[in-house]
Design a binder for this molecule. Sequence first.
Ligand SMILES: [Zn+2]
Length: 457
Amino acid sequence: MIRSRKTLVICMVLACALSTRDVDAQLLFPKRSPNSDTTVRIFPKYVSKYDLMTDVDLLHCRYLGSLTEGNRVEDWPVVGKLASLGVRAFNAKTVADMLNQRFPIRDQAAFADIQKTVDECAGILEIDAPHVFIDPTAELNAYVTGVKAPYYMVINQRLYSLYKDKPEEFRFIVGHELGHLKCNHIRAHVVAHVFLNAILGDDAEHGFKEKYIAPFLVYELLYWHRASELSCDRAGLLCVGASDKNPEHAQKVAEQALTRLLHGTHNDVDVDKYLEVVTDFEVNEPFVAVIRKLQGISKTHPFVPERLRQLRQWAQRGNYKTLLTRVAEKPVQRKLVIRSISIKGLPDTDYGFGKSTKCDPIVVASYADREYKSGAFTNDSNPSLGNLAWEFDFTENGRLILEVLDYDTTTGNELVGAGLLQFAVNESKTEGELRLDVQQQSTEVNLPAIEVSYEVK
Ligand SMILES: [Zn+2]
């Protein structure tokens, strides 16, 4: 898979970045059973990326996305920092050569089933359908790639053969891949892989920074990558479509599709029994559980049992069911107006002359692709912003990312922490914590507290 150093980055970007074992669906493939015409499939309308993205995914995408502004890859700050590596990776001709080794399905009657599935699922997620190519390699894989529109979806022939007679499952796979486009993962995935390659490449010069910073960065990037896969399993589930007769049908289809990636056969399996076996090992064989966990942290994709459990949780306890009721006409666009923000208990952040000093906070609020920023406070652990009129388009399931930066003219502003806040139509106040890490809920007990007053109108 990896041929030479020169193509390493490209291989990683194309093969892993979006890849994995992801996958698809059915409306396009009418059922042959006598009852098929009486089953109605429900697809939600106006799906936004906030409906799909996990918290971790949302936060990381913001950080990585800011490194990839603009349409010229060579101008991306991250690529500039990594010198020629990134430019070479995205050399247009090389990408074109890669694409020439695959078969474009457009206007091919033989692959009309794929095109139809992709077009329908793209319609459900309200994105432009990517160009689709079949790849002759035997790896069980599908992925989307490209650094700007038009994007490309590559489906390996083995995956297509395996799911050809399982149109609903194929729909889950396609929906998952399109989820990466919907959530704007592509650029962040590319950055992640450029970083990973620069850090892990055998002939890279390893300086102090790489040696000591790299392990953290690698695991952080991989952690996010796995979170982004969970978001996209949700997109896959939505694209299967809920049955009006059997509320669990779509979930069962998705679970068969995911487990098929493991056994690679045309058989349908008992997913509950499979999960029981995994749980048995986890409970009774602690070493197996630990090793599984350690193996997991170096992967771009969560293992299948984890994906099954997470998807089940979202389908049963997350906002999946609420989304399915969103089939009426688009409601009037509401506005979210932030009136005040107060933060209490910021930690000291400057360490000059042997003693720490207070943070000089700048508050940044971003929501629904819009951002507001305060001026810098001086030496203030409890900044308070009043009389605000920060206005955003209210988005169901939207989360405000509130960041605090420490103002610093010498080394540049540094991120102190970030919090995610949710808003409800009939309420006017929300609270959260400023987390100093985004990987997991911090074990610190005295995290800075955020309080926001707002209005939805
Ligand atoms: Zn994926």
